[in-house]
Design a protein around this ligand. Structure first.
Ligand code: BGC
Length: 766
């Protein structure tokens, strides 16, 4: 069984056929500069009766019915985002086509981050499945639902590497590691796009935010990023490169300054890396208002200058709330500030995407079919399975899990479910969702109740009131997004006591704690990783009853679980598990499925340790690596790649097919993995590599292969990985190029990044 998942990728690069190219040139010849600028403009639109700006943005009044619809009707906009109603999308498309003398349809984009109607686990959870197949299936469902309502393109996947969990958008990506990040990025692009642009039931994938956004200083969203070229090439760019190689049709820019230059006007990123080095042929969209922001950054002098600079680096489409910079392009052209060829290059790429999608021939969506697709029960099943495969078992003392519904039932037992998050439908599905249906969302409490039936008593107590953000989120303007406060009649001390009594009288307490969903995501950075509000106090009070406690963590970032990791016997990270999350959690708790997810980031003990990565280099006094701080361990609470199953898994017989290869040679690493317990187990077999010496210092180890497998009780399997030049190549700051060093390499194979089983081989020559 081959273990390097990246090797399994078949590229789905969109073709550029001659007829499409001829049509583009014909259109370009016939279009006026204003019509071209319109094709390069995308407006936010929330519907004819909504003005979302809150008056914050200069010129925001344009983003109203009259403004946006007027622009569409005049051919001054070629794309909209945020519409999800198929009838409205058709109406706006009709308006567009009526107003466009060339018959150029609009393209509709949306943040299809983790599902449209069927909400999948949040992206960091999907990454925790370490299962490209599950991830691809999930985004196939998301694409099918989105396309059914008339959406053509997802502003996803977010492939930003995140190494600082204070940054809220860690939840949208695949965590800290470029190899895992690349595999997850590829799976998502394949899920969204299928065989390429124009595949029925699929949509364009738009990996974002190019590039480096996850390294925001201090973990503060939108703030500047300073990254060395080696960090960029070796860590932050590989998931983008993988997504481009997999055929992603679009790329989105990033908000912040990268090494002093705004990413959205950054010629090195867009002209050099993306187009010249990688040969990306798709179109680029700015992040929201990011072209206008070139002015805010103190980079462009005015809106005209902002538009000119963005077009010159190939930002093809401007995503704008109002008063787009690209509206000034015709005047800039006339004044000689921008060339027609620069504008045409952008228009060409936008038109190509519309033609490749088949929008000119089929601009409308089948409104009758949409409801049927959105209601497809198969989609809910895929979301549930994804939630089961995403959960990470962090601790399981004395095999407290799985619980036995049969024994509880036979003894007329009871379960105490505790914590406000345990029965919050809105929080169960997580952030970055807009078209959900809470009526069909299943909370943890509901999932447990349905699983055990009436023979086991399931009591519920929230215990405390939901915590609130100190500063409100911009997403809180959406109804129901901020947690509802139970009001003045909620006596918190009495409720906490009630929760304690419920736990005391129960056979087991299932405590659900974490962050409310508006506390994580965009504009949700934190200065602490503590459980918000009185949650730790609740956990400690419930634990003090002596009733065994299962802690379920609902989160998108690591939280400070130092107390729990020593005092709570079972901890299962369920993330924000999505529409049928409650069913998935119940299936895991009662052993219907075995947990097998693994952490996609190193879990720090405390915020003072961040950023914390497993793939650090080795420096002075490595023996004291765990004692760099005098007041706390320097090791993580749980290492990258960590996660248990219900049965123990043992590794043996690590073998290499040879102990020396030339510079281009490959070594096959094989290992035997055995389930030595009585439950089925899911395991992610992981391969790490360390280069002992060379022309640069190399990380202590780096992930270079993984494979998720299922093992029946007593079963063992042999897993193989190939370690070739692709696994050993890195970008070297000394020579400013990619190198393959001759060296001795240590391969480590095991359950997580602390794997001890090791074997070495030599690479000769250079
Ligand atoms: C985010 C993007 C998102 C866009 C449109 C921006 O604020 O940074 O990730 O796609 O809004 O909603």
């Amino acid at each position: 069984m081959a273990g390097n998942s990246l090797a399994q990728v078949t590229p789905t690069v969109p073709g550029t056929d001659a007829a499409i190219e001829a049509r583009i040139e014909e259109l370009l010849t016939a279009m006026t500069p204003a019509e071209k600028a319109g094709q390069l403009t995308q407006y936010f639109y929330f519907g004819s009766d909504v003005d979302p700006s809150g008056g914050d943005l200069a010129g925001a009044s344009e983003n109203t019915a009259g403004g946006v619809e007027g622009a569409l009707a005049r051919g001054e906009a070629g794309s909209l985002l945020f519409m999800t109603d198929p009838a409205e999308i058709n109406r706006l498309q009709r308006l567009t086509l009526d107003g466009n003398r060339h018959g150029i349809p609009a393209i509709f984009g949306f943040d299809v981050i983790h599902g449209l109607r069927t909400i999948l686990p949040v992206p960091i959870a999907m990454a925790a499945s370490w299962d490209p197949e599950t991830i691809e299936h999930g985004q196939t469902v998301a694409a099918r639902e989105a396309r059914a309502v008339g959406i053509h393109w997802a502003f996803a996947p977010m492939v930003d590497i995140a190494r600082d969990p204070r940054w809220g958008r860690i939840i949208e990506g695949a965590g800290e590691d470029p190899y895992l990040g690349a595999a997850v990025a590829v799976a998502q692009v394949r899920g969204f796009q299928g065989a390429g642009l124009g595949t029925p039931d699929r949509i364009i994938a738009g990996p974002k935010h190019f590039a480096g956004y996850g390294a925001a200083i201090g973990g503060r969203d939108y703030d500047e990023v300073s990254l060395s070229d080696a960090d960029l090439w070796n860590v932050y760019l590989p998931p983008f490169k993988a997504a481009v190689d997999a055929g992603a049709g679009n790329i989105m820019t990033a908000y912040m300054d990268l090494n002093g230059i705004p990413a959205s006007g950054n010629a090195w990123l867009f002209t050099h890396v993306l187009r010249e080095v990688w040969g990306f042929e798709g179109f680029v969209v700015s992040d929201a208002n990011a072209v206008r922001n070139l002015m805010t950054h103190g980079f462009a002098g005015d809106l005209t200058d902002a538009g000119v600079r963005a077009v010159n680096v190939g930002i093809d489409l401007e995503m704008a709330m109002a008063d787009p910079a690209y509206g000034y392009l015709p005047a800039a052209l006339e004044a000689g500030q921008v060339s027609e060829s620069a504008i045409d290059a952008c228009v060409r790429r936008v038109l190509r995407a519309k033609l490749q999608l088949g929008l000119f021939d089929n601009p409308y969506v089948d409104e009758d079919r949409a409801a049927e697709v959105l209601a497809d029960p198969a989609h809910r099943e895929i979301a549930r399975v994804a939630a089961e495969r995403s959960a990470v078992l962090l601790r399981n003392q004395a095999d407290l899990l799985p619980l036995s519904a049969e024994s509880l039932s036979a003894a007329s037992g009871s379960i105490a479910v505790i914590g406000p998050l345990a029965d919050s439908r809105r929080d169960t599905i997580g952030p970055w969702v807009f078209d959900f249906d809470l009526d069909e969302t299943v909370t943890v409490l509901e999932g447990i109740r349905q699983r055990v039936g009436t023979t086991v008593t399931v009591g519920y107590a929230p215990g405390i009131r939901p915590a609130q953000r100190h500063f409100a989120s911009m997403f809180d303007m959406f109804p129901g997004n901020a947690p509802a406060d139970p009001g003045p009649d909620f006596d918190e001390d009495a409720e906490l006591q009630r929760a304690v009594e419920l736990a005391r009288a129960a056979d087991v307490a299932v405590v659900v704690l974490g962050e409310w969903q508006n506390m994580i995501g965009e504009a949700a950075s934190r200065s602490s990783l503590e459980l918000p509000g009185r949650q730790l106090e609740l956990l400690q009070a419930v634990s003090a009853t002596g009733t065994p406690v299962v802690l379920l963590v609902m989160n998108g970032r690591p939280l400070d679980l130092r107390w729990a990791a020593e005092n709570v016997p079972a901890i299962l990270d369920i993330w924000y598990p999505g529409t049928h999350g409650g069913h998935a959690v119940a299936n895991l708790l009662f052993g219907d499925v075995a947990p097998g997810g693994k952490l996609p980031f190193s879990w720090p003990r405390t915020v003072g340790q961040v950023p914390m990565i497993y793939s650090h280099t080795i420096s002075h006094e490595p023996a004291n690596q765990a004692k760099r701080y005098w007041d706390e361990e320097s090791t993580p609470l749980f290492p990258f790649g960590f996660g248990l199953s219900y049965a123990p898994v043992e590794y043996s017989n690590l073998a290499l097919d040879c102990d020396s290869v030339g510079p281009e040679g490959s070594v096959t690493v094989s290992v035997e993995v055995a389930n030595v317990g009585v439950w089925p187990a899911d395991e992610v077999v992981q391969l790490y590599l360390h280069q002992r010496h060379g022309t640069a210092s190399r990380p202590v180890r780096e992930l270079k292969g993984f494979r998720r497998i299922s093992l029946a009780a007593g079963e063992s399997q042999t897993v193989e990985f190939s370690v070739g030049p692709d696994e050993r190549r890195y970008w070297n700051a000394a020579v400013r190029d990619w190198v393959l060093d001759a060296s001795v390499f240590d391969a480590y194979v095991g359950s997580d990044s602390a794997a001890a089983l090791t074997a070495s081989f030599e690479v000769t020559g250079s």
